[in-house]
Design a protein around this ligand. Structure first.
Ligand SMILES: Cc1cc2nc3c(=O)[nH]c(=O)nc-3n(C[C@H](O)[C@H](O)[C@H](O)COP(=O)(O)O)c2cc1C
Length: 212
């Protein structure tokens, strides 16, 4: 505990200046994502996605960003998982990218919607065979008896698809998160960090500085 008390990092890698930031936060995000990728971080596309039940009980987990476009952020999962079941009753989500080595964090709030079956299929068909099989084999977020039960189920699925191509199970696919708030955080010395937040409006985005 004492050693946690003593851990203290000074941040000095960069700064944010609202006078020269683009009007569209997705432009900033794309620049930051490219930078994170080119910096050699391990899985720079990993993001924490928080969902909540209808009565507001939150849960969060890491998933991989698989596409970013003008509409928002895309990830893939099992629609019957805990997150999938929560998103049915409450599509409000929050995302956090923690690019720690760059002293950067991006926070997003928005609403999740399922991709079309065609869009999910297009990505599913690009996946390696074992990942395709995995989408069938794992009843994600369900309690299972033991590892053996999972492995037996995997073998059964592998046998089932031995002589035919693995198609997408209907319970597996993508979500698009349409952002309404995006905040960029850059660590600064003495805890005087830079925080620039964008709020979606009817005809674009407004930008503000937040106190650290
Ligand atoms: C680095 C990393 C990447 C992950 N990527 C995904 C992903 O893209 N999709 C996914 O469903 N789960 C992914 N997971 C597993 C999730 O964190 C989580 O265990 C799983 O989705 C079940 O979550 P749920 O029970 O809250 O629905 C990833 C985990 C880690 C640590």
């Amino acid at each position: 505990m004492d050693s946690l008390h003593q851990m203290r990092q000074e941040y000095a890698a960069g700064s944010l200046n609202e006078t020269n930031m683009p009007h569209n936060p997705m432009e900033v995000f794309n620049v930051w994502l490219d930078f994170a990728i080119n910096s050699g971080l391990t899985e720079p596309n990993a993001m924490t996605v928080a969902t909540a039940t209808a009565d507001g009980k939150p849960s969060a987990r890491v998933v991989l960003l698989k596409e970013v476009n003008d509409n928002g952020f895309v990830f893939f999962t099992n629609y019957m998982s805990r997150k999938g079941r929560e998103l049915i009753v409450n599509p409000e989500v929050a995302i956090v990218f923690d690019w720690h080595n760059l002293e950067r964090q991006v926070r997003v709030e928005g609403r999740a919607e399922k991709l079309s079956a065609e869009e999910s299929e297009a990505y599913f068909n690009e996946r390696p065979e074992d990942a395709k099989i995995g989408a069938w084999a794992s009843p994600q977020s369900k309690i299972v008896k033991d590892r053996e039960e999972l492995e037996k189920h995997l073998e059964e699925i592998e046998e089932q698809f031995e002589d035919m191509p693995v198609h997408r199970p209907s319970h597996w696919g993508g979500y698009l998160i349409r952002p309404s708030v995006i905040e960029f955080w850059q660590g600064r010395p003495s805890r005087m960090h830079d925080r620039i937040v964008y709020y979606k409006t009817e005809d674009g985005w407004t930008m503000h500085r937040l106190a650290p």
